[in-house]
Design a protein around this ligand. Sequence first.
Ligand SMILES: Cc1cc2nc3c(=O)[nH]c(=O)nc-3n(C[C@H](O)[C@H](O)[C@H](O)COP(=O)(O)O)c2cc1C
Length: 226
Amino acid sequence: MFHHANPGRHVVLAITGASGVIYAVRLAQVLLRSGAHLHILTSSASQQVIARELQSAFPGPGADSKDWIQFLERISEAGPGKDWNLRPLSSEIHAEAIVEWHGPSNYSAGIASGSFRTRGMVICPCSMGTLASISCGASTNLIQRAADVHLKERRPLILVPRETPLSSIALENMAKLSQAGATILPAMPGFYQAPTSIGDLVDFVVARICDHLHVEHQLVTPWGSS
Ligand SMILES: Cc1cc2nc3c(=O)[nH]c(=O)nc-3n(C[C@H](O)[C@H](O)[C@H](O)COP(=O)(O)O)c2cc1C
């Protein structure tokens, strides 16, 4: 649970055009139950992936926090071609949870500056393109700029890449970012906890992201605790 006077309540969640948008949706659902103020960033390529994987579209630029929360809660519900079987979360959305969306060129947003303090930033899923741009400090959109800010301020930056196989270029970019302080947390679920649904596989990855953000969750039983 977040302490609400604490700037650590602010979490940046960037969604890029790699496969696995459902990871970001589930992560947002968990963070909103912790009372996070979520800053959502979406790349234009991510819209093609969400259309294909969730048969939907992100809320438009005019959407407010309530619209986003409603969207994030409903989008993971079962439907044709969407049999995630995500387990119901044990708590309700925190009354003080907020979602704010920032456009890709909005460099005036607080999160584009190091003086705006956050708990950290997660790029989930993270495309090889965004990974490459961050690794060379390009900052050509708000996702890349905010990531650069998190690195320079030495705040948690968690990248959840999805690609297979990985080229030497992608591997070198990941190594470079890891050395710069980022956490490379691939969308790579384990099977040792006997998953029975896609939802279990999604939760495996989301649980590890929450662990690295120091956010409480009941998504999986920690190994060795039962
Ligand atoms: C349906 C779909 C799935 C994709 N999956 C991946 C992927 O898993 N990993 C990846 O690096 N790129 C993937 N791409 C390609 C990226 O979207 C593309 O390289 C894009 O330029 C990334 O831009 P962004 O980093 O600004 O989001 C996918 C594209 C589409 C349309």
